[in-house]
Write a protein that binds this ligand. Structure first.
Ligand code: TTP
Ligand code: MG
Length: 386
């Protein structure tokens, strides 16, 4: 039986601020912008601020209304990234199989290591203690037979929580949760389920597999399994990433090169961002094309040096596109990168300003949890006239 641990830091950015400024401790601290910031959004806030209804992704202006006496801080992403690296090094003390999910969160596959600890509770206490010794911050830990259960468990007693769910407890424990907590259930799916009077995981178990598949397709089957606590998804360690990529199927086939170029720019921006987030460089760029008659081709180009800059990936992929497009409309376009290494360097010829710009874009996009800055080539070609 697998043993999966999920670790998630408590109110991460805000906790770092409270750690470094003792006068902020016990106070409602809101990170994301100054209180007069017109366009800022809340990155996170201390648990003291959550009592007032403030939460991540809320406009700062709204947070000011809910919590007028809050302490508003723009935040220091560089510092949080440095703390994140320290926490990661603790994860690797416990297991080599670590999947970094975000700046403050990871899954650790602990299968086979349980005998090193008196109990699973002991294991959880040990990692919490090591994290606290290393960065003086609290984390919440969930331990269960799979990723889905472990993640719910770490969230269950936040902050400073430790929850162990044993295989024989999974069925009863899961029943209470609202369906929104199930991976892949967003607003839309939740609305369909609500129209069936399905609100909790216990309710969801009353839906037959056939009903769920008919309504939601392949995802319906996943829901059926997750409702029963079944999740075989592996913990995917960083170093084993062999390739990554992104593809998109168009609602209508596209023939216009200008439109394909723009889509390609979007795809490469996302692939580049993911590469850099994982600290990886790629030697090989692959373009995938599916034509209107469903013939699919992939064409690759290997570079003399590993790259992870959007521009390098884009120019290589764009050349492949130009060389292979032919006359037929395109149904699917994809970009993949492979031959990944954990180290590389900006090429000798690259412009340091470009590297700085990339870092700035990544930082902003990470802070907002979605792309907020674009390159010109990602805009529709008619938008450049406006
Ligand atoms: P989370 O783990 O989602 O939140 P948290 O650690 O602040 O609080 P919790 O105790 O509930 O885990 O995200 C980690 C950090 O990522 C968070 O401190 C700030 C950043 N973040 C954003 O910048 N924007 C967002 O919308 C979210 C959700 C997080
Ligand atoms: Mg967190």
């Amino acid at each position: 039986m697998a043993i999966i641990m999920h670790v998630d830091m408590d109110s991460f950015f805000a906790a770092v601020e409270q750690r470094d400024n003792p006068e902020l401790r016990g106070k409602p601290v809101i990170v994301g912008g100054h209180r007069d910031s017109k366009r800022g959004v809340v990155s996170t806030c201390s648990y003291e601020a959550r009592k007032y209804g403030v939460h991540s992704a809320m406009p700062i202006a709204q947070a000011v209304k809910l919590c007028p006496h809050g302490i508003f801080i723009p935040g220091n992403h560089k510092k949080y990234a440095a703390v994140s690296r320290q926490i990661r090094s603790v994860f690797y003390e416990f297991s080599p199989v670590v999947e970094i999910v975000s700046i403050d969160e990871a899954f650790l596959d602990m299968t086979g290591c349980e005998h090193l600890y008196e109990s699973l509770e002991d294991l959880g206490r040990a990692i919490k203690r090591r994290i606290f010794e290393t960065v003086s911050l609290t984390a919440s830990v969930g331990i269960g037979p799979n990723k889905f259960v472990a993640k719910l468990a770490s969230d269950y007693r936040k902050p400073d929580g430790l929850v162990v769910v044993r295989p024989q407890e999974v069925w009863d424990w899961l029943a209470q949760f609202p369906v929104k907590k199930v991976w892949g259930i967003g607003q839309k799916t939740a609305e369909v389920l609500a129209s069936w009077q399905v609100y909790t995981i216990a309710d969801l178990r009353r839906c037959s597999r056939e009903t769920l598949v008919r309504q939601f397709g392949k995802q319906g089957y996943t829901l059926y399994q997750l409702a029963r606590g079944i999740d075989h998804s592996p913990v995917e360690p960083e170093a084993e990433t062999k390739s990554l990529g992104r593809e998109t199927t168009f609602a209508e086939d596209i023939a216009a090169m200008s439109k394909l170029r723009q889509v390609l720019a979007d795809l490469t921006a996302e692939v580049g961002y993911r590469l850099r987030r994982h600290g990886l460089w790629a030697r090989t760029i692959t373009l995938k094309l599916r034509y209107d008659d469903f013939t699919t081709i992939t064409r690759s180009s290997s570079l003399p040096e590993p790259v992870n800059n959007d521009d390098d990936i884009f120019h290589t992929a764009y050349k492949l596109l130009v060389d292979n497009i032919g006359q037929r409309p395109v149904r699917l376009l994809g970009v993949y990168v492979s031959q990944l290494t954990g180290f590389g360097q900006p090429s000798l010829f690259s412009d340091p300003r470009r590297e700085r710009l990339t870092r700035l874009m990544d930082e902003l996009n990470t802070r907002h949890g979605r792309p907020v800055l674009y390159k010109g080539r990602q805009l529709p070609s008619d938008a450049t006239d406006r």
